[in-house]
Design a binder for this molecule. Structure first.
Ligand SMILES: [Zn+2]
Length: 307
C-alpha cells in the first residue's frame, strides 16, 4: 500500500520471513489461546514477517524504518532461527519499487536485535566477512539501545550481531539519538522510548493522511499483541512493557493513530480501538494494505485476537 500526504508517503516493504516458537512469542499465554491467532506448524513454530516501512518526505528524502532479519546468517544458523528465504528479500522489495539500498538516506533502527538490524548486512557469502549495505545512509539508533547492543545482558546476548556494532561505528554514519526528536529526522517525526522489550527501544511515530502511524517494532510485534496483557517470552520486563503499551495506545488513540506491525504476516497497518470493556485491538486498514505491499503475496484478511 502507499499512503500520500503533502508531506510523506509511506510504503511497507517486506524483508525475510521467519518461523519461531509460538510459545516463546506469546510469553505466558497458553497455546490453547494463541494457536487461534497464529496456527503453529508441527514444530510449534508460527509464521512471522520482518516488515520495514519506507517513508518518503516531500523534500525527497527516503527514510527506512528497520531492515528486518535479512540473509546474513550462515546456513546452519539460518535454519536454527527459521529464516525462510536464502536471498535478501528487502533488496528485492526495494527493487520492486525501483530503488536500491544506495537510494536510502536514513535507516532508523528501533533496536539492534538481529531480526530488526540483520538486513543492514549483505547476504551471507561463504568466507567473506560481514559487510554493511546502504552505502549513503545515516544509521539512526537510540543511544541507550546502542549501548545495550555493545554490552548486552546474558539474557539477550544471542539476539545481537557482535560484528554489527563495530561496522556501524566505523562507517562514520552512525547517529545516536534520544526521544522525542532528532535533527537527522523530519521535525514531524516523534520518537518514543520503551524499556520493556529491551533497553531504549525507539518507536517512531510518523505522519500520514490517515493519522499518525506508530512503527511499534517489538513493543507489539503484531495484531494479537495489541491486547495489552499479551507479551513475548523475549521481553525483559513484561509488566513494564504492558504499562508502556497501555500508555502509548491511550495517547496514540487520542490522536486518531494507527499501528504499523513488523512481525505480523497478515497486517501491515491497523487502526487502534478500545471496546467498552477497555480491551484494545486494531481494525486492519485492509484496502490500503492490500494495494501494493512490495514483496507480499498474501491476500488481506481479518486480523486481531478474538476470544
Ligand atoms: Zn527485539
Amino acid at each position: 500500500m502507499t499512503k500520500r500526504t503533502a508531506l510523506t508517503k509511506l510504503t511497507p516493504l517486506l524483508g525475510n520471513s521467519q518461523r519461531l516458537d509460538g510459545g516463546a512469542m506469546f510469553g505466558n499465554a497458553p497455546r490453547a489461546v494463541w494457536q487461534r491467532w497464529s496456527p503453529p506448524d508441527a514444530e510449534n513454530r508460527i509464521a512471522l514477517a520482518c516488515r520495514c516501512l519506507l517513508v518518503e518526505t516531500a523534500d525527497g528524502r527516503k527514510i527506512l524504518l528497520e531492515t528486518g532479519i535479512g540473509a546474513f546468517f550462515a546456513p546452519a544458523l539460518r535454519a536454527r532461527y527459521g529464516v525462510v528465504e536464502e536471498r535478501h528479500v528487502l533488496l528485492d522489495s526495494l527493487a520492486a519499487i525501483g530503488l536500491t539500498d544506495a537510494d536510502i538516506d536514513v535507516v532508523l533502527l528501533s533496536h539492534l536485535h538481529f531480526d530488526h538490524a540483520g538486513g543492514l548486512l549483505a547476504a551471507h557469502s561463504e568466507g567473506d566477512p560481514p559487510r554493511l549495505l546502504f552505502p549513503r545512509a545515516t544509521f539512526v539508533v537510540g543511544r541507550r539501545a546502542y549501548e545495550r547492543a555493545v554490552a548486552p545482558h546474558a539474557r539477550d546476548r544471542a539476539s545481537f550481531i557482535p560484528e554489527l556494532q563495530p561496522l556501524l561505528a566505523q562507517s562514520g554514519r552512525l547517529r545516536l539519538v534520544e526521544a522525542p526528536s532528532d535533527p537527522a529526522l523530519p521535525p514531524d517525526f516523534v520518537l518514543h522510548e520503551s524499556d520493556g522489550h529491551t533497553v531504549g527501544l525507539l518507536l517512531a511515530e510518523v505522519p500520514s493522511p490517515e493519522g499518525p502511524v506508530l512503527f511499534c517494532s517489538d513493543l507489539c510485534p503484531g495484531a494479537p499483541w495489541v491486547h495489552v496483557p499479551i507479551t513475548m517470552g523475549y521481553d525483559r520486563a513484561p509488566e513494564l512493557l504492558i504499562d508502556e503499551k497501555a500508555a502509548l495506545w491511550q495517547g496514540l488513540a487520542s490522536r486518531g493513530g494507527l499501528l504499523c506491525f513488523t512481525h505480523d504476516p497478515e497486517t501491515a497497518f491497523g487502526r487502534l480501538h478500545v471496546d467498552s470493556a477497555g480491551r484494545w485491538g486494531v481494525v486492519k486498514v485492509a484496502a490500503l494494505a492490500a494495494e501494493s505491499e512490495a514483496g507480499s503475496s498474501r491476500a488481506s484478511g481479518a486480523s486481531g485476537p478474538t476470544r
